[in-house]
Design a binder for this molecule. Structure first.
Ligand code: PMP
Length: 404
């Protein structure tokens, strides 16, 4: 049984109040709250183990290194990557994509080569490619979507040319909640000998990720969106690709030998991990993964899909409601506008009722242009949210509507 009241006790912040109202936290796509087991593990490591990893011969350094490398193995298992050498720790999804954009382009792309993204990408999967466009003259092409928020795969197929070098798409849209058909996209791209990067920032927290089953070549995600600490993220990449890609940053930890004339680089994954890694955060992330595994990712998925469906149904009882993203494959995100009420006004008034939602373009301005709007109000769910919180949201929206 999914014991929601027991789960909520693991997150003390959920029982605080704001403006004298019980907090209803529905901004999980931006960041999730952290369970005590993650906070305790990180505090314990600082209190009892703390030492820099990899270099030290002393006891604490070896213990810290063991925790850090055990975290890499936990991440490998979580996404079913074939080898821990394919797990690179970064600061988050954004840094992972920047790493690939910079290093993949250096290794494999020339002026005039093309990368395909989709219309529903977060800025972090647009801007790094545009920076390469400015620097190297690569071209960014865009998969369109239909009115329900599904990518149009027949149009995607038409974008491939002899110059296409990479497809880089979101697994789940942070605005529409659409779960994109990654297996179909990788099959299509691989038929053209093109690798695929999947932005898993909004999928890894919500359902089982198996990178071998998805068939993707790169998979990236952030710890803080899945109950882990901020400042830690993951890049999974196939060894055969990562091996051919140059380092992204230079410094300590990533080298084999250095002279003033020449440096030889370390092996995977260290080649991509210059400087002291956030080894406390990697340990925290591994505890977050264990927490997810203990509840069961399939149980979490079922709970969140129930919440999403319930929320969509209840939203439709509100007059002048406009919902954005009505794909049948939808996960944990509900974006909306009501009548002529500005998204910022709605968000601010809901906040006064204790309800935390996000408003604005959600770092997806091109998608806003496609939808012909400036922003939405977004409610997004996590494993600890309840039907009662959705009732509070819907009642809150109805109350705000009476003020206009
Ligand atoms: N991609 C998607 C789909 C996201 O939702 C986000 C975070 N909103 C990011 C990338 C960027 O993640 P981070 O800020 O953790 O690097």
């Amino acid at each position: 049984m999914y014991d929601i009241s027991k789960i909520r006790k693991d997150f003390p912040i959920l029982s605080r109040s704001v403006y004298g109202k019980p907090l209803v936290y529905l901004d999980n796509a931006a960041t999730t709250q952290k369970p005590l087991c993650v906070l305790d593990a990180m505090r314990d490591e600082y209190l009892n183990v703390n030492a820099n990893v990899h270099r030290g011969v002393h006891y604490l350094s070896q213990q810290a290194t063991d925790l850090h490398e055990a975290a890499r193995e936990t991440v490998r298992r979580f996404i079913n990557a074939p080898s821990a050498n394919e797990i690179v720790f970064t600061r988050g999804t954004t840094e992972s994509i920047n790493l690939v954009a910079s290093s993949f382009c250096d290794a494999f792309m020339q002026k005039g080569d093309e990368v395909i993204v989709s219309v529903m990408e977060h800025h972090s999967n647009i801007v790094p490619w545009q920076m390469q466009a400015t620097k190297k003259g690569i071209v960014v092409k865009v998969i369109p979507m239909d009115e329900k928020g599904n990518l149009i795969l027949e149009e995607a197929e038409k974008l491939f040319t002899g110059h296409t070098k990479l497809v880089s798409v979101a697994h789940v849209s942070n605005v529409l909640g659409t779960v994109n058909p990654i297996k179909q996209i990788t099959a299509m791209a691989h038929a053209h000998n093109v690798p695929v990067l999947v932005d898993g920032a909004q999928s890894a927290p919500h359902f089982k990720i198996d990178v071998q089953d998805l068939g993707c070549d790169f998979f990236v995600f952030s710890g803080h969106k899945m109950y882990g600490p901020t400042g830690i993220g993951v890049l999974y990449g196939k060894e055969e690709l990562l091996d051919k890609m140059p380092p992204y940053q230079g410094g300590g930890e990533m080298i084999e030998n250095v002279t003033f004339e020449k440096t030889t680089f370390g092996k995977l994954p260290f080649k991509f991990e210059a400087g002291t890694p956030d080894y406390i955060a990697t340990h925290g992330l591994s505890k977050a993964i264990e927490y997810i595994e203990q509840i069961g990712i399939d149980n979490i998925s079922a709970h969140e899909r129930m919440l999403t469906e319930y929320c969509m149904q209840q939203m439709k009882t509100i007059e002048d409601m406009r919902l954005f993203g009505e794909s049948e494959h939808k996960d944990a995100v509900v974006s909306f506008l009501v009548g002529n009420i500005h998204h910022l006004d709605m968000g601010t008034l809901l906040d006064r009722l204790g309800i935390a939602v996000r408003t604005g373009h959600h770092c997806a301005e091109p998608l806003m242009h496609r939808l012909g709007i400036q922003g939405t109000v977004r409610a997004s769910f996590a494993l600890y949210n309840t039907k009662e919180e959705i009732d509070a949201l819907v009642a809150g929206i109805k109350r705000v509507c009476t003020m206009f």
